[in-house]
Design a protein around this ligand. Structure first.
Ligand code: FES
Length: 83
C-alpha cells in the first residue's frame, strides 16, 4: 500500500483526508476538527485545500468582508481546531 502523507505532524494521509471529505468534511477547518491535520505547524493546509478542490479558491473573503485570512496574508497558518 502506497501511503502519501499530507500532514506529517499527525501522520494523516491523502486517503484519510479524502475519506473525511467524502464523509462531509468539506473545508480544511472541518478536516482539522476531524483528525487534527493542519493544527500544528500548518504547512499542510494548502495541500489539504488542494485535495478538497479549493486550490484555486480566492485568497480573500467575498466582497463585503474586509477581513484577510492568514493564508491570504501570505502564509498558511495552523488551523485552530477549537474555532
Ligand atoms: S504537517 Fe500538518 S500540521 Fe504540520
Amino acid at each position: 500500500m502506497n501511503r502519501v502523507y499530507v500532514c506529517s505532524c499527525f501522520g494523516i494521509t491523502e486517503e484519510e483526508v479524502r475519506a473525511r471529505a467524502a464523509a462531509g468534511a468539506g473545508t480544511p477547518r472541518s478536516i482539522a476538527s476531524a483528525c487534527k491535520a493542519g493544527t500544528d505547524c500548518g504547512s499542510c493546509v494548502r495541500r489539504i485545500q488542494a485535495l478538497l478542490g479549493r486550490g484555486a479558491a480566492p485568497r480573500r473573503h467575498a466582497a463585503g468582508c474586509s477581513a484577510v485570512t492568514p493564508a491570504a496574508a501570505g502564509g498558511a497558518a495552523p488551523l485552530d481546531e477549537a474555532a
